[in-house]
Design a protein around this ligand. Sequence first.
Ligand SMILES: Nc1ncnc2c1ncn2[C@@H]1O[C@H](COP(=O)(O)OP(=O)(O)OP(=O)(O)O)[C@@H](O)[C@H]1O
Ligand SMILES: [Mg+2]
Length: 253
Amino acid sequence: MLLETRALTKRFGGLRAVNDFDICVAEGEIVGLIGPNGAGKSTVFNLITGVLPVTSGTITFQGKDITRRQPEQVAALGIGRTFQLNPLFHEFTVLENVTSSFQLHPYSSLFDIFFNTPKYRRNEAFIREKAYEILELVGLSKEADELAKNLAHGHQKMLGVARALATKPTLLLLDEPLAGMNPSEIQHSLDTIRGMRDNGITVLIVEHNMQILSLCDRVVVISFGEKICEGSPAEVRANSEVISAYFGADYVC
Ligand SMILES: Nc1ncnc2c1ncn2[C@@H]1O[C@H](COP(=O)(O)OP(=O)(O)OP(=O)(O)O)[C@@H](O)[C@H]1O
Ligand SMILES: [Mg+2]
């Protein structure tokens, strides 16, 4: 398994936001993590990425225990993520937003940067080239020189994904990448996520929008911090009565 959590638990005071939660992701899979508001989905991401300390349980990535690693260590090991609130540098261009994420892979020493050495200039050119490749992948190459704040909402979400891709993840955690998107943006995003997998990136995706089921090899359903169902999209869909019982009538299956 690429990623595996065992009995993962997070308590906030008296609230068990994540309780005894097991999830595993094999290399090359797209796994969906779905559940109602407040179920603990983002908390699971925050635990895996070291943003929040776990209360108990373990997280293993590529066979290494990463349970108590710091966020920058987790990122350096190859776990990238997007955030539900999608923080961007709004006054920076699209390209600058992506190149600034490459800091995790410092190709230049301080000396090189300070003296603007040929090595530094080569590295900068390399980073720009890679950033353009990523923008191509997410469909934003035409917007490279646009300020992030001027992008349509769907494009801003894809820019968040592009920034995560710049950290060269083996495993990418996407937190509600489709939220607020219109139907054509959703279609484009689904194609982009498929394209990432074709580029060798494993994806764990949190979504409310059930259209992600068409992407997923496997789906895990979480409610009140606990896993209530796991299986193929077809199995989870077949379980729709159980799901609507948990999620309410307005939940679209
Ligand atoms: N830092 C925190 N401090 C205290 N409680 C928190 C914190 N983060 C999350 N919670 C609580 O933990 C529970 C799970 O929250 P979480 O954000 O993980 O849910 P979610 O499944 O991502 O929901 P949504 O679909 O609305 O994004 C909620 O009751 C939330 O209020
Ligand atoms: Mg959330």
